[in-house]
Write a protein that binds this ligand. Structure first.
Ligand code: NAD
Ligand code: DAU
Length: 352
């Protein structure tokens, strides 16, 4: 088996679903705290699949993690669990330090102790895969080259600082203890099951609900967008063939300014589900107060993973964004389940 943490969230959930599509795949133990961002509805199709064992719990719980490892003897851990939203980290950074730093520390320590007791063959095969972000590298100007794996860490938000701290712990556990780790730093994901606090799903749902489409500042901040199933395939490659102690950047070669992304979503919706008054959804675009410390540009140079492991993304932004909009149109039940009371409270706090 493999142990996945945070597998009820956006990327972890997609990863679990993708992995178990293969009838010969190993089983998954899925440890998730089910914070506001965790959603078992994403995993509904696995309800009767014995290869998926869901455990409701915290990566920071030493007793629980120790028992899980002993009982299920995974050959790898993939750590997706995190607090992941930059805006929430600005309002309340404590949870980010708790889960992203202390939680990763606990997971590393429990895993190291488990790994130490494995027999030689299992010890050599074991992997701890830490899932991280391009935000640890800081912000680029328009003319800077894209981030490579050797860029210095310059995190600017409480979120990215906490992820940077976790990356450093993972690195140190390799160098000091020889603990077998790989780290991946990925750009912005989008696709099915994305919680609608993030730009793309927020804009799709707000558009359909006749609400404003909030653009922070001038909307010219650039992100490098990657369809989530491409991120999942990259993680599988790194888990299978990645070199221990290495980090791999993962990206979509799809740099877009936020305003362009929002206009693209509006055009797709204009075609697939025109407004009753036949005007464009772009009429709902509203410029709002900027995010404090807003990073101007992220861009990933994903040549190392292509060169060394042969991975490259399969979706273009055009194909991926169309699939994503269509998915939100086709899945009103999943959406209804996530836009609950606590989601409304967040929207009220952030946008009013
Ligand atoms: P998400 O917020 O959608 O999901 C996080 C999941 O982790 C949720 O299911 C939540 O319940 C769970 N969780 C939170 N705290 C936990 C804890 N203490 N113990 C156990 N489970 C806990 O996040 P996501 O967008 O799926 O991101 C997954 C990982 O990928 C994160 O580590 C994030 O930093 C990283 N990442 C995300 C992106 C992106 O664009 N979303 C890009 C690069 C890297
Ligand atoms: O780069 C990878 C990171 O991408 C991940 O590590 C994070 O977990 C993930 O949340 C994401 O961070 P961003 O801050 O880039 O994503 P978000 O969707 O929150 O915002 C994308 C851009 O859109 C960003 O420049 C802020 C802007 N934005 C966002 C929201 C929610 C708006 O203009 N308006 C909004 O309402």
């Amino acid at each position: 088996m493999i142990l996945v943490t945070g597998g009820a969230g956006f990327i972890g959930g997609n990863f679990v679903l993708d992995w178990l599509k293969d009838p010969n795949a190993e089983g998954i133990i899925n440890l998730d705290k089910l914070t506001y961002a965790g959603n078992l509805a994403t995993l509904e199709s696995l309800k009767n699949d014995p290869r998926h064992v869901f455990i409701h719990g915290d990566i920071g719980d030493q007793a629980l993690v120790t028992t899980l490892l002993k009982e299920h003897q995974p050959r790898a851990i993939i750590n997706f669990a995190a607090e992941s939203h930059v805006d929430r980290s600005i309002h309340g950074p404590a949870e980010f330090v708790q889960t992203n730093v202390m939680g990763t520390f606990n997971l590393l320590e429990c895993a190291r102790s488990y790994w130490n007791d494995l027999d030689l063959e299992k010890k050599a095969a074991f992997r701890f895969h830490h899932v991280s972000t391009d935000e640890v590298y800081g912000s680029l100007s328009k003319s800077d080259p894209a981030f490579t794996e050797t860029n210095p860490y310059e995190p600017n938000s409480p979120y990215s600082a906490s992820k940077a701290a976790s990356d450093h712990l993972v690195r140190a556990w390799f160098h000091t203890y020889g603990f077998p780790v790989v780290t991946t730093n990925c750009s912005n994901n989008y696709g099915p099951y994305h919680f609608p606090e993030k730009l793309i799903p927020l804009v799709i749902l707000n558009a359909l609900n006749s609400k404003q489409l909030p653009i922070y500042g001038d909307g010219q901040q650039v992100r490098d967008w990657l369809f989530v199933s491409d991120h999942c395939s990259a993680i599988r490659e790194v888990l299978a063939k990645g070199k221990l102690g290495e980090t791999y950047n993962i990206g979509g070669w799809n740099e877009k300014a936020n305003l362009e992304v929002v206009n693209t979503i509006c055009s797709i919706l204009d075609e697939l589900k025109p407004r009753a008054d036949k005007k464009s959804y772009a009429e709902q675009i509203t410029f709002v107060k900027d995010r404090p410390g807003h990073d101007r540009r992220y861009a990933i140079d994903a040549s190392k993973i292509k060169r060394e492991l042969g991975w490259k993304p399969t979706e273009t932004f055009d194909s991926g964004i169309k699939k994503t909009v269509q998915w939100y149109l086709d899945n009103p039940v999943w959406i209804e389940g996530v836009v609950s009371g606590s989601y409304r409270d967040w929207v009220q706090q952030q946008y009013n």
